[in-house]
Design a protein around this ligand. Structure first.
Ligand SMILES: Cc1cc2nc3c(=O)[nH]c(=O)nc-3n(C[C@H](O)[C@H](O)[C@H](O)COP(=O)(O)OP(=O)(O)OC[C@H]3O[C@@H](n4cnc5c(N)ncnc54)[C@H](O)[C@@H]3O)c2cc1C
Length: 373
């Protein structure tokens, strides 16, 4: 028996698609070349922002708020807790220029998000005693939280399996064969698979799979290097964010997670002394405690980033049952639930509660033809 849907990739996006599809009675097979969370999802901080890194981009606002709401409640349907730590986030300014930007942002957004708290220097340090003397101001958002990325993906996948879904690990998809606009088969190193629908959720590797149908999608791998410290007693529940995309969180086990710029270095899976030294210097100035902690692990992950930094969700032109769900950049954990739900609505109902036009892959060819005019 063939499944109704094959999902390629067992990261946050693929497992969320499997979860929402099986919740509505659709049979799903997930094909993953390695193991769950083997890509960007396993490297991520899994911070679930209320207003996201990209929430100033209009199409993302509903995706963001819907996903935030769904993930906040999702644990009820999972067997294991997702180690949700709901202490809010503190965006910290380390100089006057940053404090000015933070104040400006607060004034713009305060009427929409009334829970925000703007803190001047001393208030900020009393509020979060881990911060060092260089702090100039901070903005607190109580709605942000973080989770364990493995637990979130495992929760999606195990719930899907409980509802009859299937997964095969160690299967590399090498191509998709399409005939007259219909999916003929998914070609893998373990043989061919068939389904009426295919969802490509292979993160930064999606372009490699789409090459088989001669389709180019502008997704690039954006490397993020991460430091994990030794565990210590629970010192903060807050996500502490700095400018320039640097942030820390303390996990449920007590380790600190220190991340992470986006670097465009292809799929070079390396930890560079230059980046790690920069992080160490920056973080120990911002949080003096870090000068006394040992680093336990370093690793890198590849965020799938599209050229306009907006996800691609929806069908491939000319092949309406081949669905793309990728390009979530810095916010894929955050957007995972809403993306899975949208994909399931599109496949089952033929329409979605949140319009997906802005996420269509067509937009890149439209941009291209406008540039050529
Ligand atoms: C350092 C770092 C920190 C981050 N922090 C956050 C954060 O705090 N909050 C947030 O929202 N987002 C964060 N992100 C971004 C987030 O992790 C990504 O947007 C998200 O994980 C993308 O999920 P995905 O399922 O699309 O891709 P991936 O997690 O990369 O999953 C793709 C899967 O497809 C599989 N695959 C690839 N090719 C094939 C093939 N040919 N056949 C079969 N399987 C294949 C891979 O093995 C992989 O398991 C972070 C990312 C990084 C790197």
């Amino acid at each position: 028996m063939h499944p109704d849907v094959i999902v390629i990739g067992a990261g946050a996006i693929g497992t969320a698609c499997a979860y929402y599809l099986t919740r509505r009675g659709i049979s799903v097979l997930v094909l993953e070349r390695r193991h769950i969370c083997a890509g960007a999802s396993g490297a991520s901080a899994a911070i679930i922002f209320n207003a996201g890194f990209n929430a100033n981009k209009a199409p993302l606002q509903r995706l963001n708020s819907e996903s935030h709401r769904l993930i906040a409640e999702i644990e009820q349907d999972f067997e294991k807790p997702i180690e949700k730590i709901a202490g809010g986030s503190l965006q910290v300014a380390m100089n006057e220029q940053e404090a000015h930007e933070l104040r400006f942002y607060y004034e713009q957004i305060n009427h929409i998000n009334s829970g925000l708290l703007f803190l001047e220097e001393t208030e900020a340090r009393c509020f979060e005693p881990m911060l060092g003397p260089r702090v100039v101001a901070a903005l607190y958002d109580p709605a942000d939280f973080h989770v364990n990325p493995y637990r979130l993906c495992e929760g999606y996948l195990k719930s899907a399996l409980r509802r009859g879904g299937k997964v095969e690990f160690g299967v590399t998809v090498t191509g998709i064969r399409v005939q007259n606009g219909r999916i003929d088969r998914v070609v893998t190193d373990k043989g061919d698979y068939r389904a009426q629908w295919v969802v490509v959720a292979a993160g930064a590797w999606t372009p490699q799979i789409l090459r088989s149908i001669h389709m180019k999608v502008p997704i690039m791998p954006a490397r993020g290097q991460v430091i994990i410290t030794e565990p210590c007693s629970q010192l903060t529940q807050r996500i502490i964010k700095f400018f320039d995309h640097l942030y820390i969180k303390q996990t449920a086990n007590g380790n600190f997670y220190l991340g992470s710029h986006s670097e465009f270095a292809g799929f070079e899976n390396r930890i560079t002394l230059e980046k790690i030294t920069h992080y160490m210097q920056f973080y120990s100035r911002a949080v003096p405690l870090f000068t006394r902690l040992c680093a336990l692990r370093f690793f890198a992950g590849f965020r799938p980033i599209s050229t306009d930094d907006i996800p691609i969700i929806g069908p491939v032109p000319g092949c309406p049952r081949l669905i793309l769900a990728t390009g979530h950049g810095r916010s894929g954990m955050c957007f995972s639930a809403a993306t899975g739900k949208l994909v399931s609505e599109f496949i089952i109902d033929g329409k979605t509660e949140i319009p997906i036009g802005a996420f269509s892959v067509d937009r890149f060819s439209r941009m291209q033809s406008q540039e050529n005019l």
